[in-house]
Design a protein. Sequence first.
Length: 324
Amino acid sequence: MSYSQEVYTRATEILERRRERANLEAQDRIDEVSEKLPEISTIQQKLAQIGLSISKVFLYSTDKQADIEKLMEESLALQEQKKVLLTKNGYSENALDVQYTCPACKDTGFIGSRRCKCHNEILKDIERSNLAKIAPIEDCTFDTFDVNYYPQQIMENSISPQEKAERIKESCRKYATAFTTASKNILFMGGTGLGKTHLSLAIANTVINRGFSVVYGTAQNILSDLQNENFGRDDNLRYYERAVLNCDLLILDDLGTEFKSAYTVACLYNIINSRLSAKLPTIISTNYTFDELEEKYDQRITSRIAGEYRPLILVGNDIRYIKE
């Protein structure tokens, strides 16, 4: 599972703020309690002194075990005395402890060398938030993909557009729930407004929830940003080549709507070929038929798509007009 450096950096910042807040709040509680209960300060000082004494035992004592046991008994007695004082005066017995958002890792994000569950959740939330800024990911789920907008009339292959849409939806649901970085590539095809983007984002929804990184964007926006990055115009870019090539799942929406140039064609080929070589899955959606793609792009691109992508073709009428 490979997130961009930006995502990891933001997660680290969130964890750092959590630790800082927890420590500041703990110090505020200590100051408040110490003012009301001076005895608590005395106990805290004695406990700190015991900690120093234990360190000295390891260096200088001739009977380490006996001395440590004695100090531990004193520590436990003081801790019990502190609990009694706190509860007697309306505080919880742990009022002076640092209250971390995640007690398991103490807001470090790691338990030993293993990333904590809370850290993984932060990474998912950041990934989802990034995608939500450019696409209606919260609205595009498998449950909200309504096949009733597709015609029920049987086609030549003895299946209706509605039944075909249902099959494609369930196929996409299985793909998303079983997703790995070794999953197959998908090519969504069909006219405007048939749900290609909706299904792509529904897959992204599930894949992000399972802890994988997703880069989603239109071909126009992604190729434009990569061109600007290549020529050093890197202000306000949303997409960077490293993330596009290395994310766990790339979703390239609306292929064919981008401004065509020698650079965009070369860049598109590099994206498709590099991710195939790295065995990383890509989802492409397009309003074009395959014949139209062959007319628009050179054979290096179309042959790679034809040979390596599973086509899912939606048919029917533009759902957006039907809903209106």
